[in-house]
Design a protein around this ligand. Structure first.
Ligand code: ZN
Ligand code: ZN
Length: 310
């Protein structure tokens, strides 16, 4: 349709009449017509469907907000993107959320995180603009669509960003949660990334990511493995040290060789934890040499043997 119009327009210009001038004096084509002309209505009837159609055509590819405006054909396209993300469970990350992740990774000098982001996006993550978007996962996350009600319920609660985030995790133990959901919970405050990191390292919640020991996860995804906090003496372990210890021990409990691949509902072993071999004061001793990997069962046993450890 657009092509036809432009073609005719050119012809009009070549013809000796003045219709072309008339055409110029009013909007040549409406945004809505443009949107539906680009993507056939059999494939995507609504503005929201057209946005999804376009993003799914270019997964893990950074697209501009302007492109989504044009394919959607509506001025309110950003709202449709939000709906696709939160209500329908499509992992559409905005440049704003990626920028929050980049900032936190930089603050903590987490080069592994920056490298994964670069790998996932195909561009330098610090170059992403706020009005750019990327579909991080090709398939719809139907569980995310189910989480929507819980997300909104907790978002309305008073309390700190950390309180809301940990409550949401505890209601979704074992589920893959996206940075976009956490940012939404934080009412778009950029502190969400730092709060998640603090919940993990300082408060000892086993919130794992690709670069804190769960290499199988996609970048920008967070999982609370179990609803229990690490022993106080085992907190404050920096992510790079954590990963180095897990790698050295082959991602297995050094007592029983348990690993995540053996997860089973009837087995009390649910997760791997790090334990300090030597009791230490003042939260020191977070070195690879002083840490070992244990399953939760053997970790508890270790602490029963030495009850002075909290
Ligand atoms: Zn321990
Ligand atoms: Zn074990």
């Amino acid at each position: 349709m657009l092509v036809d119009l432009l073609h005719n327009f050119k012809k009009e210009l070549e013809s000796p009449n003045l219709r072309a001038i008339k055409l110029l004096s009013r909007p040549i084509i409406s945004l809505r017509d443009l949107g539906s002309s680009l993507i056939p209505s059999e494939q995507a009837a609504s503005a929201r469907d057209r946005i999804l159609f376009y993003l799914r055509k270019y997964p893990r590819f950074v697209v501009d907000g302007d492109e989504l405006m044009v394919v959607s054909g509506i001025g309110e396209w950003a709202r449709r993107v939000r709906e696709l993300r939160v209500e329908f469970g499509w992992w559409i990350y905005s440049g704003v959320t990626v920028a929050d992740m980049v900032e936190d990774a930089r603050t903590t000098e987490n080069d592994a995180e920056l490298a994964s982001l670069k790998n996932a996006l195909g561009i330098d993550p610090s170059k992403i603009k706020p009005d750019q978007y990327v579909l991080m996962r090709v398939e719809q996350d139907r569980e995310a669509a189910h989480r929507w009600n819980v997300l909104n319920e907790i978002r309305k609660k008073k309390g700190s960003v950390s309180d809301r985030i940990i409550e949401y995790f505890r209601r979704n133990v074992g589920q893959e949660i996206t940075g976009e959901e956490l940012k939404y919970l934080a009412k778009d405050k950029k502190e969400w990334a730092r709060r998640v990191r603090e919940l993990r390292t300082e408060q000892g919640w086993p919130i794992v990511t690709k670069n804190s020991g769960r290499t199988d996860l996609a970048v920008g995804v967070y999982v609370l493995e179990e609803d229990r906090q690490a022993y106080e003496h085992d907190r404050f372990i920096p992510d790079p040290i954590r990963v180095a210890v897990l790698q050295r021990d082959g991602f297995k409990c050094i007592e029983c060789d348990w690993h995540r691949g053996m997860l089973s509902p009837t087995d009390p072993r649910k997760m791997l934890e790090l334990h300090h071999k030597k009791h230490h004061k003042d939260r020191g001793g977070n070195t690879v040499d002083n840490l070992i990997t244990l399953c939760n069962v053997h970790h508890d046993e270790q602490h029963r043997k030495t009850p002075r450890l909290k």
